[in-house]
Design a protein around this ligand. Sequence first.
Ligand code: ZN
Length: 85
Amino acid sequence: MITCRQASLLVSKSLDAVLTSAERAALDEHARHCPRCVHEARKLEEIHRACREWADESLSDAGRAVLPADCRQRLQARLAAALQG
Ligand SMILES: [Zn+2]
Protein backbone atom coordinates (compact mmCIF):
# COMPACT_ATOMS: atom_id res chain seq x y z
CA MET A 1 0.00 0.00 0.00
CA ILE A 2 1.20 3.53 -0.72
CA THR A 3 2.03 5.92 2.12
CA CYS A 4 0.05 9.03 3.06
CA ARG A 5 2.81 11.10 1.50
CA GLN A 6 2.50 9.23 -1.80
CA ALA A 7 -1.28 9.51 -1.61
CA SER A 8 -1.04 13.29 -1.15
CA LEU A 9 1.20 13.54 -4.21
CA LEU A 10 -1.33 11.58 -6.27
CA VAL A 11 -4.17 13.79 -5.03
CA SER A 12 -2.19 16.85 -5.97
CA LYS A 13 -1.39 15.40 -9.40
CA SER A 14 -5.04 14.54 -9.96
CA LEU A 15 -5.93 18.23 -9.67
CA ASP A 16 -3.81 19.02 -12.73
CA ALA A 17 -3.68 15.85 -14.75
CA VAL A 18 -5.42 12.56 -15.24
CA LEU A 19 -4.03 9.77 -13.11
CA THR A 20 -3.10 6.49 -14.73
CA SER A 21 -5.39 3.59 -13.85
CA ALA A 22 -2.64 2.18 -11.60
CA GLU A 23 -2.28 5.50 -9.78
CA ARG A 24 -6.03 5.84 -9.39
CA ALA A 25 -6.28 2.28 -8.05
CA ALA A 26 -3.45 2.92 -5.56
CA LEU A 27 -5.14 6.11 -4.37
CA ASP A 28 -8.54 4.40 -4.03
CA GLU A 29 -6.92 1.56 -2.11
CA HIS A 30 -5.24 4.01 0.26
CA ALA A 31 -8.46 5.99 0.71
CA ARG A 32 -10.30 2.86 1.87
CA HIS A 33 -7.91 2.56 4.80
CA CYS A 34 -7.14 6.19 5.53
CA PRO A 35 -10.07 8.55 6.24
CA ARG A 36 -7.61 11.32 7.01
CA CYS A 37 -6.32 11.36 3.45
CA VAL A 38 -9.88 11.35 2.09
CA HIS A 39 -10.63 14.34 4.29
CA GLU A 40 -7.45 16.15 3.24
CA ALA A 41 -8.12 15.42 -0.43
CA ARG A 42 -11.59 16.94 -0.19
CA LYS A 43 -10.20 20.05 1.47
CA LEU A 44 -7.45 20.34 -1.11
CA GLU A 45 -9.89 19.99 -4.01
CA GLU A 46 -12.17 22.64 -2.50
CA ILE A 47 -9.36 25.12 -1.97
CA HIS A 48 -7.91 24.40 -5.39
CA ARG A 49 -11.26 25.02 -7.06
CA ALA A 50 -11.74 28.24 -5.09
CA CYS A 51 -8.29 29.43 -6.16
CA ARG A 52 -9.05 28.74 -9.81
CA GLU A 53 -12.40 30.49 -9.69
CA TRP A 54 -10.86 33.48 -7.99
CA ALA A 55 -8.05 33.58 -10.56
CA ASP A 56 -10.51 33.34 -13.44
CA GLU A 57 -12.62 36.18 -12.13
CA SER A 58 -10.18 38.73 -10.88
CA LEU A 59 -6.81 38.46 -12.55
CA SER A 60 -5.21 39.48 -15.80
CA ASP A 61 -3.91 36.82 -18.18
CA ALA A 62 -0.44 37.15 -16.66
CA GLY A 63 -1.79 36.79 -13.13
CA ARG A 64 -3.85 33.82 -14.15
CA ALA A 65 -0.75 32.06 -15.43
CA VAL A 66 1.20 32.71 -12.23
CA LEU A 67 -1.32 32.27 -9.46
CA PRO A 68 -2.44 28.66 -9.88
CA ALA A 69 1.15 27.38 -9.64
CA ASP A 70 1.85 29.45 -6.55
CA CYS A 71 -1.46 28.50 -5.05
CA ARG A 72 -0.78 24.83 -5.69
CA GLN A 73 2.62 24.99 -4.01
CA ARG A 74 1.10 26.53 -0.91
CA LEU A 75 -1.59 23.88 -0.85
CA GLN A 76 0.92 21.08 -1.22
CA ALA A 77 3.01 22.47 1.64
CA ARG A 78 -0.09 22.79 3.78
CA LEU A 79 -1.24 19.28 2.95
CA ALA A 80 2.19 17.80 3.66
CA ALA A 81 2.26 19.59 7.02
CA ALA A 82 -1.23 18.34 7.84
CA LEU A 83 -0.30 14.77 7.03
CA GLN A 84 2.81 14.91 9.17
CA GLY A 85 1.09 16.58 12.10
ZN1 ZN B 1 -3.29 8.38 4.25
